[in-house]
Design a binder for this molecule. Structure first.
Ligand SMILES: O=C(O)CCC(=O)C(=O)O
Length: 295
């Protein structure tokens, strides 16, 4: 997908992440000539606009359940001379048999142009349909995701891919964000890696942040507020067959005394409620007495 962000926005991203690029990978998977930045949300706001870009959120909303989570955010700078990364599917660590529906998805954003020579991400078309045993072979087609700065390649977590070899004499800067179903464990423990008051906020906004430690990504987030202090139990839904203890903490923004905060997903990515597992359990084992607690 091209022209999702402008050249100027690419340069702002580069300016924000370049000072953080200080070490190369610890093994051949990370890349001994590749610089990676982890815990990015703790260090800069420069990638926020990539994570919750509306086109990406729209795709996620089609692919995953509502309230999908950011699973990890990384800056990847493949230095000149790096060899091709081991091909892999990102969702390989979820131990569910393949082929299966996608549980996660990834974006790789080009901040530099991605070319065949400088290490454009290599993808294996249709490999998301492979079973657990199949590995990439010489006969499998490989496509380099060449694209201009400001473009992004989006693929589901079961697709085999990897960073390309950088045979050019310059580095290839990218930002990658991965997302997963709301009931799965994200790769990055954001509740540990991201402070309640992230960097770059004014003292006043930081104070508001501390007061509203829990927010969630939501397409309705401009009209609702979810901090715990604003939570009110909804009236019981007597018409529903299944427990509606599955509630979202919402109040119209106008009624909320908290400030809405800038940035993606608020600053904590774990939603307070998990509708799918609760529904799944209730279908398996119908409780004789329904119960729940409010906070
Ligand atoms: O840098 C890239 O193009 C892809 C990197 C990747 O797939 C990974 O590190 O998991």
């Amino acid at each position: 997908m091209e022209r999702l962000i402008s050249q100027e926005e690419c340069e702002e991203t580069r300016a924000g992440v370049t000072p953080l690029l200080n070490s190369t990978g610890r093994n051949s998977f990370e890349g001994e000539r590749t610089q990676r930045v982890y815990s990015v949300l703790d260090k800069t706001r420069a990638c926020d606009r990539l994570i919750d870009h509306p086109r990406i959120l729209a795709l996620l909303d089609r692919l995953l359940l509502p309230n999908s989570l950011l699973s990890q955010l990384q800056v990847i700078n493949i230095n000149a001379g790096e060899s091709g990364q081991l091909l892999h599917p990102d969702a390989g660590f979820y131990p569910l048999p393949r082929p299966r529906p996608p549980l996660s998805a990834a974006t790789v954003w080009a901040i530099d142009p991605f070319t065949e020579e400088n290490g454009a991400t290599v993808v294996l078309p249709s490999s998301h349909r492979w079973d657990d045993e199949r590995r990439p072979g010489d006969d499998d087609q490989r496509v380099a995701a060449t694209m201009p700065p400001g473009a992004c390649v989006f693929f589901i977590g079961t697709l085999w891919h990897g960073g390309g070899a950088n045979r050019s004499d310059h580095n290839r800067l990218a930002v990658t964000a991965q997302y997963c179903e709301p009931w799965l464990r994200p790769q990055e423990a954001f509740t540990l890696s991201t402070p309640v008051s992230p960097p770059g906020l004014s003292p006043k906004t930081s104070a508001a942040c501390s007061a509203t430690a829990s927010t969630r990504r939501s397409s309705e987030r401009s009209t609702e507020c979810t901090p715990s202090a604003c939570w009110k139990p909804p009236p019981p839904d007597r018409s529903s067959r299944w427990p509606t203890a599955v509630v979202r903490a919402t109040l119209p923004a106008a009624e909320c005394r908290h400030r809405r905060l800038p940035g993606p997903f608020g600053y904590q990515q774990i939603p307070r409620f998990y509708p799918v597992p609760i529904l799944a359990i209730s279908k398996l084992q119908r409780p004789s007495t329904w119960h729940g607690s409010q906070q």
